[in-house]
Write a protein that binds this ligand. Structure first.
Ligand SMILES: Nc1ncnc2c1ncn2[C@@H]1O[C@H](COP(=O)(O)OP(=O)(O)OP(=O)(O)O)[C@@H](O)[C@H]1O
Length: 250
């Protein structure tokens, strides 16, 4: 039984078919990279998997839950770092993480403990009592990462985990994601960053036009770079043949 299962998933917004027969299975212990061009259907798939929107057809399972019929139960069991998510401007990181801890049914002592661990891990101890509105985008991203992992969920969905982070913190987060998945959890990462996906993911799925077009795992041992696979499979055209601009007239 996979940690995440997607079978024949479809979702349209009016005339736009965002997800068009998606099939994906992710096991515990995997750090799965969901790669695809803008508008490929990645966020829509994640929103369905986290019980935020309903599909038109197909089936999904996350752990032992059905995100379509029991979205609250799914959301209770998973961690979510949404696309362009940011913490509430009128709360401090400590207040926000306390709130998330309550929603996640954590004991107050446990929340305080986990808050201290994450603030130290990502280096925002000095900002714990500063309103989010006065934090930088990167500092807000650190808080968002902390809330996704606060209750140590077995499955975590993350959109662009390294957005706005400085190189040092990026390295820490990458190492953390690798070790978290290795601890028998499933981490599902949507990203445009092919290099990072290649570096940290145990398996990568490439999405185009609402479908999974190919998958690659670290064990494949292919000489072809992930960028080459991506360019070959997305849109069916080899973007490498596209002429580059020689000169830009000013
Ligand atoms: N709420 C919405 N209403 C109408 N169309 C939508 C809505 N959300 C997404 N779409 C459309 O569905 C398609 C898939 O969008 P989605 O956000 O799932 O793609 P994505 O792969 O996450 O893209 P990106 O990499 O740019 O974030 C796009 O054509 C988008 O314009």
């Amino acid at each position: 039984m996979g940690a995440i299962r997607v079978d024949g998933l479809r979702k349209s917004y009016g005339a736009v078919e965002a997800v068009a027969g998606m099939n994906v299975t992710v096991e515990r212990g995997e750090l799965y990279g969901f790669l695809g061009p803008n508008g490929a259907g990645k966020t829509t798939t994640i929103r369905i998997l986290t019980g935020q929107i309903r599909p038109d057809s197909g089936s999904v399972r996350v752990l032992e839950t059905d995100p379509v019929t029991e979205p609250l139960e799914t959301r209770r069991q998973v961690g979510i770092l949404p696309e362009q998510g940011s913490p509430p401007s009128f709360l401090t990181p400590r207040e926000y993480l306390e709130f998330v801890g309550q929603v996640r049914d954590l004991e107050p002592d446990r929340v305080a403990d986990r808050t201290a661990v994450w603030a130290e891990r990502l280096g925002f101890e000095s900002k714990l009592d500063t309103l989010h509105t006065d934090l930088s985008r990167g500092q807000q991203q650190k808080v968002m990462i902390s809330q996704a992992f606060l209750h140590e969920p077995d499955v975590v969905f993350i959109d662009e985990p390294l957005a706005n982070l400085d190189p040092l913190v990026q390295e820490q987060v990458k190492r953390f994601l690798v070790s978290y998945a290795a601890g028998d959890n499933a981490v599902f990462v949507s990203t445009h960053n092919i290099d990072v996906a290649e570096e940290i993911c145990t398996r990568v799925g490439i999405v185009a036009d609402g479908q999974l077009v190919t998958e690659r795992s670290v064990e494949d041992g292919s000489d072809e770079s992930l960028l080459e696979v991506f360019l070959e499979r997305v849109d069916g055209e080899d973007v490498r043949d596209t002429p580059t601009l020689e000169r830009i007239d000013r």
